[in-house]
Write a protein that binds this ligand. Structure first.
Ligand code: BGC
Length: 386
């Protein structure tokens, strides 16, 4: 992504000023035990329920919403020992619901049903607004898009305001794709205020700009409110976690059977998979970078350091490995190393994802089978091992 130039509209200046004022007061609000740290106890080891209320194939028929992930799946998630579900929810069907002015829609009826099922299994749930890029792009400039997004959250938070604030969390936006961190900071502040006005006790989850990676977290200043958990996503080393992926940087697409841990010795025989110099450079750097448990831990420690510096809880809402081409034992090893590093640093996490191409279970012929190596790597219990 190209960095976006700072825009000079009065609106953005106001946002930035509001942010700076909020940042200035944030320190005072951070003394004592923040309720967010209390609530974060319910977000220790979670799973992303993806491709369901958001993302491809964007089929939100009642039939698919009722059958893609079922109450049996939610029960299995609880049985394996996960303590929460991060539920990704597309923005466009929520906008339709908002336009229905108090009348429900099939999408919202099903969403309510699923939230209740998750809670009924003693799992916490993150209401994660997970829009398509087409919804996020207009937020990069102007005011209308921000006002609409804020109004959407105000309606959504009001809808869930009577839910249990210990178990229901509001995540402002998945991977906002905003190139201007200061503008994004302002947008998050405005949205958090709107949520707070209608649901004062619920914990908000906020994240950094761009793709909400660790580096985006490290430059983030806390919002001027308490009761906020700060999230980051971690898919590093990308040549390993995204080998074969078709939707992101072109260098990962040709990759197959890329090993972890990495070294120049194990990576050199793979260089010919990359058709051009840029790809070879990308892959060789992975080898030179010597990714292993120690490097993973040294990376995760920075999230913990941000948390200590700002006295605010940090959470990793996504980490995972595309399972199509990664050597299975190495995939389990990386997940183990990440999980262990996060637990050592008191960082709750949610693996990406439950049943899609990064999944922990496989569904075939009506049978759902957890992958015991992955469940064990996550420190949980595959049902047959219980
Ligand atoms: C995206 C998914 C993607 C995953 C891993 C998520 O945030 O929404 O589409 O599969 O990251 O790249």
């Amino acid at each position: 992504m190209l960095p976006q130039k700072l825009r000079s509209s009065a609106f953005v200046s106001t946002l930035i000023l509001a942010t700076l004022l909020n940042v200035a007061t944030a320190g005072a609000q951070q003394g004592g035990t923040d309720i967010a740290a209390e609530h974060a106890r319910h977000l220790r080891h979670g799973i992303n329920a993806s491709m369901w209320f958001a993302q491809a194939p964007r089929n939100y028929s009642k039939e698919r919403l009722q059958t893609y992930t079922t109450p049996d799946d939610i029960a299995l998630i609880a049985h394996m020992g996960f303590d929460h579900v991060r539920l990704s929810i597309d923005a466009d069907p929520l906008v339709e619901w908002q336009r229905a002015h108090g009348n429900t829609t099939a999408f919202m009826t099903e969403l309510d049903r699923v939230v209740n099922t998750v809670l009924g299994n003693h799992l916490a749930v993150i209401i994660d607004i997970h829009p398509e890029s087409s919804y996020k792009t207009p937020l990069r400039q102007g005011t209308n898009s921000v006002q609409n997004f804020t109004a959407l959250w105000r309606a959504l938070a009001a809808h869930f305001a009577s839910s249990d604030p210990e178990y229901v969390f509001f995540e402002i936006m998945n991977e906002p794709e905003q190139d201007d961190p200061y503008r994004w900071q302002g947008i998050q502040s405005v949205v958090a205020d709107a949520i707070r006005a209608v649901a004062p006790r619920h914990t908000i989850i906020a994240g950094g700009a761009h793709w909400s990676g660790l580096e985006d977290l490290l430059v983030l200043e806390p919002l001027g409110q308490s009761n906020i958990i700060y999230t980051f996503h971690d898919y590093e080393p990308f040549p390993f976690t995204h080998q074969g992926a078709t939707w992101t940087s072109p260098e990962v697409q040709p990759l197959r059977a890329i090993p972890y841990p990495s070294s120049t010795e194990v990576v050199y025989p793979k260089l010919e998979q990359e058709p051009d110099l840029a790809g070879r450079y990308f892959l060789e750097q992975y080898g030179l970078g010597r990714w292993d448990a120690d490097r993973v831990e040294k990376t995760i420690e920075f999230a913990a350091r941000w948390s200590q510096l700002h006295h605010a809880p940090v959470y990793c809402g996504e980490f995972g490995v595309l399972r199509d081409y990664a050597p299975p034992a190495m995939r389990a090893q990386w997940l183990h190393d990440m999980r262990a590093a996060m637990e050592k640093n008191n960082i709750g996490w949610a693996m990406w994802d439950y049943q899609a191409n990064f999944g922990v279970v496989t569904k075939a012929n009506g049978v759902t089978t957890p992958d015991p190596a992955i469940v064990n790597a996550l420190g949980l219990h595959a049902p047959e091992n219980r």
